[in-house]
Design a protein around this ligand. Structure first.
Ligand code: MG
Ligand code: MG
Length: 254
C-alpha cells in the first residue's frame, strides 16, 4: 500500500533528510586516499546520533554498519571495514539512512577519491544526471514508471546500463515501503503519482553489463564483469508543482 504523508510527517522527513545530507557532507570532507570505510562509518554514526537520530541501516536485517560504502565495482551494500582503504583513483558510493522521530531519510552519492580517470568521472556525472532526469518526471498525475523510463533512457543513451536487481522505493515510517521504483521500464505504467507520496529514487549505473552478483557475505553487491558502478539517491515528496528533495541541508538550494 502506498501511503500519503501528512504535512506533519513530511516535516519530520525533512528533518531526517537534513541529518542524512549533513552526514554525507561530513563524510565528503574526509574522503581521501588512505582512509578506511570503517572510519567513514564512524563519522556517519557520530553525526546521525549527535543529531538525535538513529542510523537506519545499522542492524537492518543484520547489516553491520551505519553506511553502505561501495568502492569501484561494488554497486551497493558494501560493508564498512577497517581494511577497506580508499586509494587514489577510486570511486566510492556512500549510502546513508537516518531515522528521526520515527521517519526515515535515505540518500546516496558517489565520490571521487583523488585523481580519477576521465572514464570513471563521466560514469559518476551521468549517474547523478540520471537521478535528476528521473526527478523531472516526478509530479502529480504522472505514472511512477515515467521516472523509471527517464532514468533508463538517459543512462543507456550515455552508453551505460542500469541495475535491475535493485530498485528505489517508497519511504516513511519504514525504510522501504511501497512502491518499488525500478530504474528501467516503459513509461505510463504503475501507480499514478500523488501529492504527499514520499519516494527514494536511486539509479545504480554500471559502466558495463547490468548484471550484478551478491558476494558470500550476503550483502556486497558487485558487477558481474567487475567494471565500475555508481549510485545516487534522494528522498523526495511529490508536491503540487512537482517534487521537493527532502535529503538536503536546510536552506540550501538544489
Ligand atoms: Mg539508500
Ligand atoms: Mg534507498
Amino acid at each position: 500500500m502506498i501511503t500519503i504523508k501528512s504535512e506533519r510527517e513530511i516535516a519530520l522527513m525533512r528533518e531526517a533528510g537534513n541529518i542524512v545530507a549533513l552526514t554525507l557532507k561530513e563524510i565528503e570532507k574526509s574522503i581521501r586516499p588512505g582512509i578506511s570505510t570503517k572510519e567513514l562509518d564512524k563519522i556517519a554514526y557520530d553525526v546521525i546520533t549527535s543529531c538525535g537520530a538513529i542510523p537506519s541501516f545499522l542492524n537492518y536485517n543484520g547489516f553491520p554498519g551505519s553506511i553502505c560504502a561501495s568502492i569501484n565495482e561494488v554497486v551497493i551494500h558494501g560493508i564498512p571495514k577497517s581494511h577497506a582503504i580508499l586509494r587514489d583513483g577510486d570511486i566510492i558510493s556512500i549510502d546513508v539512512g537516518a531515522k528521526y522521530k520515527g521517519y526515515h531519510g535515505d540518500s546516496a552519492k558517489t565520490f571521487l577519491v583523488g585523481n580519477v580517470t576521465e572514464a570513471k568521472r563521466r560514469l559518476v556525472e551521468v549517474t547523478e544526471a540520471a537521478l535528476f532526469q528521473g526527478l523531472k518526471q516526478a509530479r502529480p498525475n504522472n505514472h511512477l514508471s515515467d521516472i523509471s523510463h527517464a532514468i533508463q533512457a538517459y543512462v543507456e543513451s550515455a552508453g551505460y546500463s542500469v541495475v535491475k536487481l535493485f530498485t528505489g522505493h517508497g519511504i516513511g515510517r519504514a525504510l522501504h515501503e511501497d512502491p518499488a521504483v525500478p530504474n528501467f521500464g516503459n513509461p505510463g505504467r504503475g501507480p499514478i503519482l500523488k501529492v504527499g507520496m514520499t519516494l527514494a529514487i536511486e539509479p545504480m549505473v554500471n559502466m558495463g553489463t547490468s548484471d550484478v552478483e551478491i558476494l558470500h557475505d550476503n550483502w556486497t553487491t558487485v558487477t558481474v564483469d567487475r567494471k565500475d558502478s555508481a549510485h545516487f539517491e534522494h528522498t523526495i515528496v511529490i508536491t503540487e508543482n512537482g517534487y521537493e528533495i527532502l535529503t538536503k541541508i536546510k536552506g540550501e538550494e538544489m
